[in-house]
Each structure stands twice: as structure tokens, then as C-alpha cells.
Design a protein around this ligand. Structure first.
Ligand code: FAD
Ligand code: NAI
Length: 469
């Protein structure tokens, strides 16, 4: 039996990053993952194979298609016979995914991380843990990092098949469905709905919550909903109760209740994007007593320790924000702690990005959260319509908003709906990590013309001294 200092279960952004960091810190490390294609292991987890990377590849291609169709003529660029080659678009996506997953195999080799293909289960404890692996190997490790991630949540009466699909199925359509229904107007619903709407689908989002994007700042959600509905023709139905889903012949028939009454609607494809559930089934022998919370996530402390000695859990399986960068940060923290170093991770400054058009990004507290906490705060806001670079891009929609403490001026949250919000939010994260005030940002020179000037102006606006509005 091979003996290791650390066994990492799961090679997603939580697990593979933890494994690399463990090895860098001199720990003998193995990473086990069951994901495979044609008997060959696929590293990178949900994120690289069926999540962040393939979705962003399709979002980029579909956005370029839409720009060529509707955006170029206003710039004096006329393309005669614009065509879509979806097969080539999907092939490009596959190549990007392969390059990334192969890259992790290379990093494992370089860092001397052993990689095993198979399903792992922690079967016994003591001085070291024994892990049984489905591929018949057994390994022993002093420390274990559980990074098994999450899977799409199923909803009753909607078995996945050729017409009712989860996010993975929706990344692989061979043609744009004419009528696309999506259950859940969350992050996946909006991103994958964007891809297929741009490629020709009529998209209807059926969301049970009466609120649109409740995690985001209220003003941002409102503006996003207005832009999606007004400019892009999305049909977004909130407060809907899905009653029945029936597949018949070539269609999916969905019966739901909305304010005006009962509605029956046919779709060519239905995406179920109603959240994700943690992968904890069979992860550890019951007798070991690994504690889960009431939603099935592995229970951890602030430093990702489980209730069992020397076992950590990181990423989606451990609850909190289901984001790749959060998983990786937790993975690094667990590795540092195992190596006997000090490590912590401030979950208050994890950025969120939704890759729609316009993009939506935020970090820190929303206005609703500050109100609920009874905190006094100042607000600065600046529209992209007054930003030269956004105008030149043809994307002068949305705004940047900054919230700071009324007394100390420390930045408490930054919220953006607008072009390249995913890149702009980095400045806000850094500012918050260094406890910057809005005045610090206001006193910092920002290049002209650049989108980052909107952040600068929002910071100036906190003190009521924005220049270009
Ligand atoms: P995962 O990436 O899920 O990896 C877990 C791995 O563990 C899997 O490969 C699985 O095969 C393996 N595994 C499970 N059980 C076992 C076992 N018993 N034995 C062996 N192996 C096992 N996040 C972002 O931050 N940005 C984005 O743009 C983004 N886009 C997304 C788009 C989509 C369509 C989806 C579905 C998700 C997206 N996410 C995004 C979320 C992101 O993918 C997850 O938060 C991230 O992958 C979590 O990483 P993880 O390491 O915790 O788990
Ligand atoms: P989500 O939690 O973002 O959204 C699910 C939505 O479905 C919610 O709004 C919920 O109210 C709704 N819902 C649940 N059950 C329903 C039902 N029966 N009928 C109608 N609506 C219902 O989850 P989603 O979109 O599945 O994504 C999972 C996670 O993956 C996200 O929370 C996010 O953390 C991660 N992700 C991150 C991305 C990014 O960072 N850009 C991109 C995609 C996913």
C-alpha cells in the first residue's frame, strides 16, 4: 500500500490547487479523481471540464457572433452573409478544455503530485487514514483533503435525458433549440441562457423566487433585469411555481403557475439550473462519523477543518460560495495548515462575477446587507454612459457603485453592472484586501480612457465630487 502525507480527493480547483501547494511545501501528495473519458483521467473537476472554462469559451464565441450580427453595422462594418458553424464553435471549446486539463497533468508531474484515477472512500482512521479506491488501489495518508465538489441539483419530475438537461448537457447542444426553457434564473441560467439566446434561441427563464438575483445588490439586479428584458428580449418569469414537466414526442411541456394563473408552455429543450448539491455520498465510512450540516455539506471551521482530526474539506463540498477561486483559496489554506504554517482566508472579500452582457460583478457587502446590519454608509455611483472607453466599445450601459463606511470611509462593497466588470472588480478586491478607503481610490491615478475610470469616479462620487457627471 502506498503511504502519503496527504491524500486529496477530487482534482477540481479546490483539490488540484491544494495538491500542488502541498507538494510545493514538501509533502508527499496524491490526488484521486474519478472523472474520465475513454478510460483516461480528466483533471480539473467541474470547473475545467463542464463549468467555468467551457461556459466562458461559448460565452465569448456567442458574444462575438451577436456583435458581428448586431453590433458591427453601427460601427460601419458590414458582413454580407454571416453564418454560424456551431460544430466549429464546440470544437474550439473542446480544445480550450483539453489544453487546460492537460495543463494540470503537466503541473502534477512537475510538482511530483501522484495522480490516481478512481473513486475514493475513506474507510478507516487512526494514525493514518486508509482510502479505498475503486480502481482497486488502496492508499494510506496522514492527512486528507476532501474536495469532491458538487453536482447539479435534480428537481422532481424532470429526469435528465436528451431534452431535459443539466448545465453539462446545455454546454453541448448540437444546434440552438428554437424554444429554450430554463428552470432557475441563477448564475447558470443567466450565463447559459445568454449563450443560446445569442445563437438564436427564444429563452424563457422560470424562477421560483419573487426576486431577481437576490444575492446581488438590489440596484444592480434591477438594472440587469431592465437591460436583459429591454435590450435583449429575455422572458424572465419570477415567482413561478413549476407544477409538471412532461416529455412528449419532440417537446418538453411545462405547466407552471404564475401571478396571472396557470400556464402551459412547450419547449424544444429544458435546462434545469436550480442549484447544485454537495458530493458527499459514500465519501467516508459511516463509522468514522464525518459531520455534515443540514444541507449535506461537510461541516468545517473557518480554516476548513472537519470534525475528524487531520481531515479538511474545501470548495463546493464544504459550503459557502460555490466558486472556483474560493475553492482554490481554501485548498491553499488547507495545504499551508497541514504543513504547519499559519493561514487564513477572508471570505468577506471573495469576488462574484456573472458573465452575461453586461457583466455583473461585486465584492463585499450589498446595500441591503448594510441596512440589515444597521451600519451607516456612504454611496457613490457612476454610469458607464459617461465613460469614454465604454462609449468607444459600444457598451456604455450599466454603472459602478461603491459603498463605504460613513465614519471611517473604508470601502465596504463595490458593485458593477457593465462592460468587463469581471476585470474591473479586481481593483476593488485589492482595495478591500488592503482596507482602503474610497478616498484612497479617489486619490489614485486611473488611465484615460479606460473603464477603470468608472471605479475612480464612483470613489469620487462617495465624497460628492465626481468630475464627469
Ligand atoms: P469540483 O470542480 O466539482 O471538483 C470535484 C471533483 O471531485 C470532480 O472532478 C469529481 O469527479 C471528483 N470526485 C467527487 N467525488 C469523488 C470521489 N469520491 N472520489 C474521487 N473523485 C471524486 N465558478 C467560478 O468561480 N467562475 C465561473 O465562471 C464558474 N462557471 C461555472 C459554470 C458552470 C456551468 C458550472 C456548473 C459551474 C461554474 N462555476 C464557476 C462553479 C465552479 O465550477 C465550482 O465552484 C468549482 O468547480 C468547485 O471546485 P471544487 O474543487 O470544489 O469541485
Ligand atoms: P443558483 O443558486 O445560482 O440559482 C438557482 C436558481 O434556481 C435560484 O435562483 C433558485 O431560486 C432557482 N430555483 C430552485 N429551484 C427551483 C424550481 N423548482 N423552480 C424554479 N426555480 C428554482 O444555482 P445555479 O445557477 O444552478 O448555479 C450553481 C452555482 O454554480 C452558482 O451558485 C454559482 O456558485 C456557481 N456558478 C458560478 C458561475 C460564475 O461564477 N460565473 C457560473 C455558473 C455557476
Amino acid at each position: 500500500m502506498s503511504a502519503y502525507d496527504v491524500a486529496v480527493i477530487g482534482a477540481g480547483p479546490g483539490g488540484y490547487v491544494a495538491a500542488i501547494r502541498c507538494a510545493q511545501l514538501g509533502l508527499k501528495t496524491v490526488c484521486i479523481d474519478e472523472r474520465e473519458r475513454d478510460g483516461k483521467g480528466l483533471l480539473g473537476g467541474t470547473c475545467l471540464n463542464v463549468g467555468c472554462i467551457p461556459s466562458k469559451a461559448l460565452l465569448e464565441s456567442s458574444e462575438n457572433f451577436e456583435r458581428a450580427k448586431h453590433g458591427f453595422p453601427s460601427q460601419g462594418i458590414l458582413i454580407g452573409d454571416l453564418k454560424l458553424d456551431l460544430q466549429a464553435m464546440q470544437e474550439r471549446k473542446r480544445k480550450i478544455v483539453d489544453a487546460h486539463t492537460n495543463g494540470i497533468a503537466f503541473l502534477f508531474k512537475k510538482n511530483k503530485v501522484d495522480s490516481i484515477l478512481g473513486r475514493a472512500r475513506i474507510v478507516s482512521g487512526g494514525q493514518a487514514y486508509q482510502l479505498e479506491i475503486s480502481s482497486s488501489a488502496t492508499v494510506e495518508a496522514k492527512h486528507v483533503i476532501i474536495a469532491t465538489g458538487s453536482s447539479p441539483r435534480k428537481i422532481e419530475g424532470a429526469p435528465f435525458g436528451p431534452r431535459i438537461v443539466d448545465s453539462s448537457g446545455a454546454l453541448s447542444f448540437e444546434e440552438a433549440p428554437k424554444r429554450l426553457g430554463i428552470i432557475g434564473a441563477g448564475v447558470i441560467g443567466l450565463e447559459l441562457g445568454s449563450v443560446w439566446r445569442r445563437l438564436g434561441s427564444e429563452v424563457t427563464l422560470l424562477e421560483s423566487s419573487p426576486e431577481f438575483l437576490p444575492l446581488a445588490d438590489g440596484k444592480i439586479s434591477k438594472e440587469a433585469m431592465r437591460l436583459f428584458g429591454r435590450d435583449q428580449g429575455w422572458t424572465i418569469k419570477l415567482g413561478v411555481n413549476v407544477l409538471y414537466i412532461n416529455e412528449k414526442d419532440d417537446i418538453v411541456n411545462v405547466v407552471y403557475e404564475e401571478k396571472s394563473g396557470r400556464v402551459e408552455q412547450d419547449f424544444d429543450k429544458l435546462i434545469v439550473a436550480a442549484g447544485r448539491a454537495p458530493n458527499t455520498q459514500g465519501i467516508a465510512e459511516d463509522a468514522l462519523g464525518l459531520a455534515l450540516d443540514d444541507k449535506g455539506f461537510v461541516r468545517i471551521d473557518a480554516q476548513c477543518r472537519t470534525n475528524l482530526p487531520r481531515i479538511y474539506a474545501v470548495g463546493d463540498v464544504a459550503g459557502g460560495a460555490m466558486l472556483a477561486h474560493k475553492a482554490s483559496e481554501e485548498g491553499v489554506m488547507a495545504a499551508e495548515l497541514i504543513a504547519g504554517r499559519k493561514a487564513e482566508f477572508d471570505r468577506n472579500i471573495v469576488p462574484w462575477v456573472i458573465y452575461t452582457k453586461p457583466e455583473i460583478a461585486w465584492v463585499g457587502k450589498t446595500e441591503q446587507q448594510l441596512k440589515e446590519a444597521g451600519m451607516e454608509y456612504k454611496v457613490g455611483q457612476f454610469p458607464f454612459s459617461a465613460n469614454g472607453r465604454a462609449q468607444a466599445l459600444g457598451e456604455a450601459k450599466g454603472f459602478a457603485k461603491m459603498l463605504s463606511d460613513a465614519k471611517t470611509d473604508r470601502v465596504l462593497g463595490v458593485h458593477i453592472v457593465g462592460p468587463y466588470a469581471s476585470e474591473l472588480i479586481g481593483e476593488a478586491v485589492l482595495a478591500m484586501a488592503f482596507s482602503a478607503s474610497s478616498e484612497d481610490i479617489a486619490l489614485t491615478v486611473h488611465a484615460h480612457p479606460s473603464l477603470s475610470e468608472a471605479i475612480h469616479e464612483a470613489a469620487l462620487a462617495v465624497a460628492g465630487r465626481a468630475l464627469h457627471i
